[in-house]
Design a protein. Sequence first.
Length: 113
Amino acid sequence: QVQLMESGGGLVQPGGSLRLSCVVSGDQSSLNYIAWYRQAPGKQREWVAGFTSAGTPSYPISLNVDATISRDNAKNTVYLQLNSLKPEDTAVYYCKDFVTSGWGQGTQVTVSS
């Protein structure tokens, strides 16, 4: 069983940055199967970033967010760096394990002045 624990969210002013962390514990063979999603109030959950089968970062073309995904295998952690944040980036950010279809509990990001 795999457990996912997100952290790093908070209140940030427009234009600010945050780095979110997703610590993966349990029987997970590769961090390549971990992706980030977000869900804004009243909206569907949407994919923000992930990895290809080759392990390279992958992002949706249609999503207008300054995000960079990375991982630290030694720490079993996947990061999501968010820059130039806008109020419309306000959402709960989740990480997902594609092997087990499991989700973390999410971390709230609020962008407001």
